[in-house]
Design a protein around this ligand. Sequence first.
Ligand code: S3P
Length: 170
Amino acid sequence: MEKIQLEQNIALIGFMGVGKTTVYEELKQMGLPGVDTDSLIEEMAGMPVSEIFAQFGEPHFRDLETQAVCKAAAMQGGVISCGGGAVLRRENVEALQRTGKVVLLTATPETLLERLQDDDTRPKLRGRKITQLMEERRAAYEGAAQITVATDGKTPAQICGEILEAVKNS
Ligand code: S3P
């Protein structure tokens, strides 16, 4: 496979389960350096995301997330996989937009419900209606996005192709 190089970063945002990690892995396979903010947070805290929420609460997690986002945004020409709530803070969005394009991945509620129904690793889903949380976040996602790619029925390779084309033309 031909390796690609970019001048700016690609920051993947979107709701849990939309496929950010899969697309992130695919873009890394194509030769891009990458940072996954949740993995960086887990490294910083020395524990899984669910444990950070349980022991220290969401505000602490969000503080670590801002640090992780800023670190990731300092990369050049890489791909950043952002946790689903990373766009809730304006400063995170600004950091991502300063050094790259913010790409929103979307999927229908049906697709997401199917992917997330048995998930017990995501603390924000506990006791919550997925559709309600999606609705609450819609404005934040749409406000942050500079490029939007619908993922339903597409392969990771197709999605990456669309992203790269859109970034090239932006
Ligand atoms: C969260 C999404 C998760 C993770 C944390 C909080 C959210 O990331 O950052 O559990 O608030 O949407 P993924 O979107 O990668 O699951």
